[in-house]
Design a protein around this ligand. Structure first.
Ligand code: PA5
Length: 447
């Protein structure tokens, strides 16, 4: 089994003399705390062995429901926010052809997302797009009460029911939510929607390898068994207990050592735009897990070479509190070379016959060397290629490293108390019943 690789030689100067033994001990202990469920937030460790626990029968059920929706739909709208949409969106974007959504392939429905914002124009335009198309809905909310997906679902469900009738609509809606709690569970039971359960012990941002991520990905026509197998194989890699051999320990240890030396922003860089949403998923995973108690590395992302022409200047010469983690992909999916041109007006014949990927790789190397020279330590994660199997590995790698990183910071990586703050204000401003006192106070404050 080939695994993704990690290379930290360009950040090693931040490992001080005794750090190696120190972090060997710390990462090992953090892993033991995860395994034995003795660390902070241990009630949310359902993700830890999910790849080996997910039953073949559940994968088969996900595939069966996905195939059913695929047959019925030109478009499948996935409704969710945060951990209830980012993983699915990241995997679908990474695996899809970049212009697939512009052509209509029969039998291959378009996957669109809603409920991840409250923009009236987004929803209006989505409904307009759906007007003459056969569509189905997958609504995902662990709590079943999150405002953004709940409002979007209400609007889209209403549209679907008025188009095809209540009965047919109920056959085109799948809910993924808690087993017993929340408005979405009550609705799913009452309307007899097909549904999947998000286990209580799996937090939203760690749920991509559950039906939350797997159902939309299967609906997009990808092989979810391969994703789970990639994650499973990477779990076995986790049996290596030496820091230098264990990629998860290495990543968690070096980023913590960098953080301790004031490298407080981590930029996840890719050289393939298909990975842009992997970066969005990663930002939520790390930002929401680590950013608490006035601690945590700020997760940022860039897509190169595009962003070398926007953020490159800052990375090269701005405030020196950043380090860079590059996801490098060894093999592209397709082959394309630069043609020779007899006129050579653009003076590019020195590139004739060269693969575009080779030019991209030289940009990657050149960028890394420039940034290292500019004082930006570099961590490199190499994926052999972008496919279901290696993305499964990458997901599990980042999830486990995130949990261990949280323990190194001595915080609970599995809660998100800060997310509630804006909701309280929003409900108060919207006069939600039960928030009368907050409404009075906030209106006073705004006078
Ligand atoms: O990671 C998390 O827990 C959050 O980002 C949630 O996924 C997000 O707030 C959506 O919550 P829910 O699935 O309950 O609607």
């Amino acid at each position: 089994m080939e695994t993704l690789k990690i290379d930290i030689k360009n950040a090693l100067s931040f490992f001080k003399k005794n750090d190696f033994d120190h972090y060997s001990e710390l990462t090992k202990n953090a892993d033991i705390a995860l395994k034995n469920k003795t660390g902070k937030g241990s009630e949310f460790l359902g993700w830890y062995d999910l790849p080996v626990k997910i039953a073949n029968s559940e994968i088969a059920a996900i595939n069966a429901h996905a195939n059913d929706l695929r047959k019925k739909s030109d478009v499948i709208v996935v409704i969710g926010i945060g951990g209830s949409y980012l993983g699915a969106k990241a995997l679908i974007e990474a695996l899809s052809g970049q212009f697939d959504h512009l052509t209509n392939k029969p039998g291959n429905p378009l996957i669109l997302f809603a409920g991840q914002n409250l923009s009236e124009d987004y929803m209006f335009e989505l409904m307009d797009f759906l007007k003459d198309r056969k569509f189905s809905l997958i609504v995902i909310s662990k709590s079943g009460t999150t405002t953004e997906p709940a409002v979007s679902f209400r609007i889209l469900k209403n549209e679907l029911e008025s188009k095809v009738g209540k009965k047919e609509a109920s056959e085109r809606i799948i809910a993924i939510t808690d087993a017993s709690k929340g408005a979405l569970r009550s609705m799913a039971n009452q309307e007899a929607y097909k549904s999947f359960i998000i286990d209580d012990n799996i937090g939203g941002r760690f749920s991509v390898l559950s039906p939350v991520g797997l159902l939309p990905v299967a609906c997009a026509g990808f092989d979810i068994e391969k994703i789970v197998n990639g994650a499973k194989d990477f779990m076995y890699h986790g049996n290596k207990t030496e820091l230098a051999d264990n990629h998860v320990y290495t990543y968690a240890a070096i980023r913590h050592a960098l953080y301790k030396q004031n490298k407080t922003t981590e930029i996840l860089a890719n050289f393939d735009p298909r990975l842009n949403y992997i970066a969005e998923w990663w930002k939520q995973l790390y930002g929401e897990s680590e950013g608490k108690e006035n601690k945590g590395i700020f997760p940022a992302s860039v897509s190169f070479t595009t962003d070398l022409h926007s953020m490159g200047q800052y990375i090269q010469e701005g405030l020196r509190n950043i380090f860079e983690t590059v996801i490098s992909v060894e093999k592209p999916k397709h082959n394309l070379t630069v043609p020779s041109d007899p006129d050579n007006f653009d003076k590019l014949n020195f590139l004739a016959g060269k693969h575009l990927d080779y030019i991209n790789k030289m940009a990657e190397l050149g960028t890394m060397l420039a940034h290292i020279d500019g004082g930006v330590p570099n961590i490199k994660i190499t994926l052999p290629e972008i496919n279901e199997y290696y993305l499964g590995q990458l997901i599990y790698f980042f999830e486990k490293a995130c949990a261990i990183s949280g323990y190194l910071l001595e915080i609970n990586p599995f809660d998100q108390p800060g997310v509630e703050e804006y909701k309280r204000n929003m409900f108060a401003l919207l006069d939600k019943p039960g928030f009368e006192e907050e409404t009075r106070k906030i209106k006073e404050r705004l006078k």
